[in-house]
Design a protein around this ligand. Structure first.
Ligand code: CDP
Length: 238
């Protein structure tokens, strides 16, 4: 199974254009909301790859892993008992489970947000997630959202968008999301946390967050959600 995923991934990388709508961008830029709505409108699956890295982070936290001392040996041993599944439920929505446990609000916690960027710098974690993403994207046209979808996972994606917003707008949006920030959070502390995560994501060695030249840049600071969805769907022909 693992081998067939890798072959499929390489096959897709070599081919002309891959049927993926890649939506990348920094933290709290609104890309999840938009990606979800675009997928609904086009009636195709939506895959949030940030949730995959969050699920790994949640699992590491459950196992009391010291995040600053992540050695390959530790990660390898943890991942050998880690099974991440991405399956459609009865309503056609993808649900994520780790070792049979369905994860939802657990992976949106501020503790997970605090550590996820460090976990996402790990080469073994990225390799495993990238393989799964290439496998999922090889099935049919999907909306896939993350940091490196248009740059590394599917450099030949048919459609690429880079969604951003000003740091202040992003901090305000994150603060408005119930349960995703610590109870004593302020606009300043949330802005600082987001800036730290952006820095780690943009400066990491493997698959850093970046806008590719062929991606359509959308600054959502002053745009309504509907307008952003409209901008994206108007570029897509199915
Ligand atoms: O929802 P939010 O914008 O805060 O972030 P997310 O999309 O849930 O992603 C959480 C973290 O996962 C990011 O800060 C990255 O460190 C990592 N990530 C990544 O490295 N590559 C991806 N394709 C998606 C997420």
């Amino acid at each position: 199974m693992a081998v067939s995923i890798i072959i499929l991934g390489e096959y897709l990388l070599m081919n002309e254009k891959v049927s993926v709508i890649a939506i990348d961008g920094p933290a709290a830029s609104g890309k999840s909301t938009v990606a979800n709505l675009v997928a609904k409108e086009l009636q195709i699956p939506y895959i949030n790859t940030g949730n995959m890295y969050r699920a790994v982070t949640w699992y590491f936290l459950q196992n009391d892993v010291k995040m600053n001392g992540l050695t390959n040996l530790v990660v390898e041993s943890l991942l050998s008992d880690f099974e991440l599944c991405y399956q459609k439920n009865d309503h056609g929505t993808f649900v994520l489970s780790v070792n049979g446990r369905i994860l939802d609000f657990e992976i949106r916690s501020p503790e997970v947000a605090e550590h996820v960027a460090i976990v996402a710098t790990n080469a073994l974690v990225r390799k495993k997630m990238t393989e799964l993403q290439r496998y999922l994207g090889g099935q049919q046209l999907v909306v896939m959202e993350g940091r490196d979808i248009g740059s590394v996972v599917f450099p030949n994606a048919k459609y690429k968008f880079f969604i951003t917003a000003s740091p202040l707008v992003r901090a305000q949006r994150r603060l408005n999301q119930n349960g995703e920030t610590f109870s004593n959070a302020t606009l300043e502390s949330v802005a600082a946390d987001i800036a730290t995560r952006d820095k780690i994501d943009s400066e990491r060695e493997i698959a850093p967050l970046k806008q590719t030249e062929d991606a359509v840049l959308i600054d959502t600071s002053d745009l309504s959600i509907d307008k952003v969805v409209e901008k994206i769907t108007s570029c897509i022909s199915m």
